[in-house]
Design a protein around this ligand. Structure first.
Ligand SMILES: [Zn+2]
Length: 449
């Protein structure tokens, strides 16, 4: 049992409950007490002095591509389509060792920036690459994060009018068989699950309509969630209008891809009608403000999405379009992006925190057990240092978290210590960085040859 006390507690619950000097206790993986003042007497508990600390729910990252950690820094001044066509041939060289080393380093970085649950949209499965899903799930188990990888896919290669080269696409039936096998092997529906699988064809310009439809049917049969990229750029909108005679959202709805079991990455270019359909169907949005800015894709309509009641979570997106990849930075970026678009009242600091926690949990279908600090919920907790040079003199610790530069003090996942005193405790960060460096050199050398 661990007790934090004397800390500022931001529960991120629906009422926005906060305690200026409060406590949080957890035991056997679940939160057992949260409130104002000192903790109740709990014999045998380890007590952590919370002075100078802010306690929040662990951050939930709802869109990522972990394999991209070893391909950072490519096509830094290109459009999305230029960036993709530069990187597809590099990614065609992925194998299980590369994916493991990339994912382990990337997930360690996610942990050190406040993330307790991450998804991963993996959609590149080259021939003879080995078991890439197993490689990244192993990495997540080593680092100790709660993990929602997806079995992604691409089957629309260049020869069939798609964007990716034929060498990185798979056959329709092979994709569905591998997806079904991944769910059977890894998906854990229990409330305490550390691993859950979702079904995630890559995007409208890399997947056939038939695969989108069949993937949705498979996911719903198996009772797992669905994820894809949608409405990220104007190039995509033009592609969909020219190819399907529909906007990306109209196309998705026609294929069965709206619903409360679906969350979609980006959704930058949405009409009012599209937002209304998202709200009516309960479709979630993974807002990735840094990546959207890096690729110049535009600014998602976060204010309008929230006002309509659409579930919105935050994502770092793949590291090749967000080289810093710090989860906590997305709170700041979401706020800046919303205000660039809609003025000073477009988003509050608390709304940004809530999107990164409760909103993300809702996108992943885990709002009953994750995303807020409430008794009975899983003990996924981020503890931030808000004193020192970064925060001293700022009266509101949530302001330091969202506008400032807090450092992570501790991170717990299901009550297990992953970060303590700013250091990763589950693995050696330097070894992970060295392995990722070697992997980056190997994939670069492969693709140059
Ligand atoms: Zn993405």
């Amino acid at each position: 049992m661990i007790v934090l006390e004397g800390c500022y507690v931001a529960t991120a619950d629906a009422a926005g409950t906060e305690y200026a000097s409060g406590h949080l206790a957890f035991d056997a993986g679940r939160i057992t007490a949260v409130g104002a003042g000192p903790a109740p007497d709990l014999p045998g508990a380890e007590r952590i002095d919370g002075r100078g600390l802010l306690v929040t729910p662990g951050l939930v990252n709802v869109h990522h591509h972990l394999y991209q950690w070893i391909t950072r820094g490519y096509a830094i001044d290109g459009t999305l389509f230029e960036w993709l066509t530069t990187l597809y041939p590099v990614w065609a060289r992925l194998d299980a060792d590369l994916v493991h080393d990339s994912a382990a380093a990337n997930l360690a970085w996610m942990a050190l920036t406040g993330c307790t649950t991450s998804t991963d949209h993996h959609y590149v499965f080259p021939d003879r690459g080995g078991d890439l899903l197993e490689a990244e799930i192993t990495a997540a188990q080593e680092v100790g994060l709660r993990f929602h990888p997806t079995r992604g896919s691409m089957n629309l290669g260049q020869s069939a009018g798609g964007l990716p080269p034929d060498s990185v696409v798979e056959d329709h039936d092979a994709i569905l068989a591998a997806t079904e096998a991944a769910i059977a092997r890894w998906h854990d529906p229990s409330p305490e699950a550390m691993v859950r699988i979702a079904v995630a064809p890559c995007s409208p310009f890399s997947v056939t309509a038939e695969l989108m439809r069949d993937s949705a049917a498979l996911a719903r049969r198996a009772g797992v969630r669905m994820h894809t990229h949608l409405a990220e750029t104007l190039d995509e909108e033009e592609f969909c209008r020219a190819t399907f005679g529909a906007t990306p959202v109209e196309y998705a709805e026609d294929l069965g891809w709206l619903g409360d079991d679906v969350w979609l990455a980006h959704c930058v270019h949405l009409s009012d009608a599209a937002i209304a359909r998202f709200a009516a169907t309960g479709t979630g949005v993974a807002h990735c403000p840094t990546s959207n800015a890096r690729l110049g894709s535009g600014i998602a309509r976060m204010r309008d999405l929230l006002d309509a009641g659409v579930p919105v979570g935050l994502g770092v997106d793949g590291s090749a379009s967000n080289e810093s990849g710090r989860m906590v930075d997305e709170l700041h970026q979401a706020l800046l992006a919303a205000r660039f678009r809609g003025g000073p009242l477009a988003l509050t600091a608390r709304e940004s925190l809530r999107a990164a926690t409760a909103g993300g949990a809702r996108c992943l279908g885990r709002d009953a057990e994750l995303g807020t600090l409430e008794v009975g919920k899983l003990a996924d907790v981020a503890v931030w240092r808000v004193d020192g040079l970064a925060g001293s003199g700022i009266a509101d610790p949530v302001c330091t978290l969202v506008f400032g530069a807090p450092t992570l003090a501790h991170l717990f996942v299901g009550g297990n210590e992953v970060v303590r005193d700013g250091e990763l405790r589950t693995a050696d960060a330097e070894s992970l960085a060295a392995a990722a460096g070697r992997a980056a050199a190997r994939i670069a050398a492969c693709s140059a040859s």
